[in-house]
Design a protein around this ligand. Sequence first.
Ligand SMILES: Cc1cc2nc3c(=O)[nH]c(=O)nc-3n(C[C@H](O)[C@H](O)[C@H](O)COP(=O)(O)O)c2cc1C
Length: 172
Amino acid sequence: MNTKILPILSRRSIRTYTRQPVTDDEVRALLEAAMSAPSAMATDPWRFLVLRDRAALSALADILPHGKMLNEAPLGIVVCGELARAHRQELSYLLQDCSAAVENLLLAAHLLGLGAVWLGVHPNEDRVSGIRARFGVPEDILPLAAIAIGRPAEHPAPRTRYNAASVHTGQW
Ligand SMILES: Cc1cc2nc3c(=O)[nH]c(=O)nc-3n(C[C@H](O)[C@H](O)[C@H](O)COP(=O)(O)O)c2cc1C
């Protein structure tokens, strides 16, 4: 294993958090990292809904069946996409760009000493419509992932999921 990629291998999903808040500077850094992701033709179609209010975080936890850790997290960010701004207005480009932004945000959280977990929203229609209704997200904006963020209260070990069977070299 090349230790230079350790910051990537040691990013793990963190689902329990201490009571310490996330600072404004850290929120800004997370968003800056997310918006530094690659996007097709640099269209940057991502939009972000930042939630720090306890009632809002609990409401999001109610909408996401596997997002109950939001009840304890000091910060939640819903990553959304604006189809009209995506390359060729294609959903596939929107999803690829926004997924890159999510991963950048997760890695930035880890580098900042925070812990975070990706929570699936799209393509579950009940989650998408629940978020739209509760947070006033317009119809032309697609909520596609939520991220619970806080200071880690668990420290899972770095691991590799390298699988040689997934690699085809030269020809399939
Ligand atoms: C599209 C997507 C949706 C996910 N949804 C959830 C979720 O709803 N709840 C959750 O606890 N983890 C969720 N995860 C996190 C995965 O369970 C996790 O990344 C995977 O088990 C690998 O573990 P690691 O992140 O620690 O490497 C999701 C990940 C992705 C990419």
